[in-house]
Design a protein around this ligand. Structure first.
Ligand code: SME
Length: 161
């Protein structure tokens, strides 16, 4: 297993996604432990993009429960119908929120969080495994480039869950 990743610092995000997705594929290849893989993926995304908060919420016991993450302390449990994470869980669609203060029901785990993207992760039977949640401390920080790039990361995750 590789123990470091290579990417072009300060490049456009599209370039960095193109660089890191194959490395994430290699990183998780042959490792079957879901927590270990999610933990390393959170670390890679934080290192490559400097995201304020990046991590996972996993559906269990009737709610979304905090999984591996990088960044400040976060809420441990989110109801399936609450916040941006709950919206992505319920709709099974990627949600981009340019200004979290304008999103009805947004859960303010950290007041510094200003914009957010959440990508649902689907099990092979079509049920929702959980979500990949990325928060930024600047407004309007996420675009279709992130939806596409993080969507590619989630496709890798869907192969080992
Ligand atoms: N902002 C999220 C909650 C999780 S944290 O941001 C880490 C939401 O409203 O779903």
């Amino acid at each position: 297993m590789a123990e470091s990743i290579a990417f072009t610092a300060n490049a456009d995000r599209k370039i960095i996604y193109d660089e890191i997705v194959p490395q994430i594929d290699s990183l998780v290849f042959g490792e079957t432990d879901v927590v270990a893989n999610l933990a390393n993926i959170a670390a890679v995304l934080r290192e490559a993009f400097g995201f304020f908060w990046v991590g996972f919420y996993v559906a269990k016991d009737g709610e979304l429960v905090l999984g591996p993450f990088q960044g400040p302390l976060a809420c441990t449990r989110i109801a399936f119908d609450a916040g941006v994470c709950g919206h992505a869980y319920t709709t099974r669609e990627t949600v981009i929120v340019p200004n979290v203060n304008e999103f009805p029901g947004h859960i303010a785990c950290a007041t510094a969080s200003k914009s957010e993207i959440v990508v649902p992760i689907l099990n092979s039977d079509g049920t929702v495994f959980g979500v990949l949640d990325v928060d930024s401390d600047t407004l309007d920080d996420f675009s279709q480039t992130d939806a596409d790039g993080l969507g590619r990361v989630v496709k890798t995750i869907e192969r080992f869950i």
